[in-house]
Design a binder for this molecule. Structure first.
Ligand code: GLP
Length: 241
């Protein structure tokens, strides 16, 4: 597991953009695993800029997003479909048929999504943020690690953390469809970005803690190609070691 601390959040996220751009440069038909949340936005900005300058080309790139809320209209600006349109898909030459997100319809989604990832040859590089409780995608702390794409009931902590995007916590959907830990672990390379002091404990537990489904990201200790990029705040407990 590689761990790098950057002076600020922007630099940490842009470094993730560098790794994704390098992957696309190396393999034009790369399969990207993409993430939502506020953390990856600068990475998408960098990818858009490099696309505009002709450095990278998304014509043959395929993408699979980690997750989507259950029962949310894809046109709702708070859906992850809308988020991806706004921050990446509308800005680069990704072909609509090459872009995939769980539909958010529930269990029926799950098996089809895993088949589609498999059919694309698996994910070359998976971008991840992390929840304050160590969740990745929407894989919440649990008794067991999940394998494939599945329906998740969000924890109170995640509902509260994500309420900042909605009018109130009451409006946050209670369920989501998420790739499982198995899908994430099957990616050839994983890049996790964490910024801000409220992620410091999750980062420390991910890297130094026991491998446990109570801290879902801790399983990444077993991944053969995992890079964790943080700003000074999120890397604080690691720096204090
Ligand atoms: C959501 C997403 C995660 C994301 C997390 C953190 O729960 N499902 O993929 O990592 O939020 O978001 P943020 O980057 O805004 O802190």
């Amino acid at each position: 597991m590689e761990f790098h601390v950057y002076e600020n959040a922007r630099a940490a996220c842009e470094a993730a953009g560098v790794l994704i751009a390098a992957q696309i440069t190396r393999k034009g038909d790369s399969v990207l695993g993409l993430a939502t949340g506020s953390t990856p936005i600068p990475a998408y900005e960098m990818l858009t800029q490099w696309y505009d300058r002709g450095v990278i080309d998304f014509d043959r790139v395929r993408t699979f997003n980690l997750d989507e809320y259950v029962g949310i209209d894809h046109k709702n600006p708070l859906s992850y479909h809308a988020f991806m349109q706004e921050h990446l898909f509308s800005k680069v030459n990704l072909r609509p048929e090459n872009v995939h997100l769980p539909s958010g319809n529930g269990a029926a989604d799950a098996e089809a999504y895993d088949k589609a990832i498999h059919g694309a040859g698996g994910i070359d590089i998976q971008l991840l943020g992390i929840g304050r409780n160590g969740h990745i995608g929407f894989n919440e702390p649990a008794d067991d690690f999940t394998y494939g794409t599945h329906v998740v009931t969000l924890t109170a902590d995640t509902i509260e953390a994500n309420a900042r995007f909605f009018k109130s916590a009451d409006e946050v959907p209670r369920q989501a469809v998420s790739m499982g830990i198995g899908n994430i672990m099957a990616a050839k390379c994983v890049v996790l970005v964490a910024t801000g002091e409220n992620k410091a404990k999750a980062v420390y537990d991910t890297i130094r803690g026991p491998i446990t489904p109570r801290v879902p990201a801790s399983v990444l200790q077993l991944h053969p190609c995992c890079v964790i990029l943080t700003d000074r705040e999120a890397g604080k407990l690691m720096l204090e070691e």
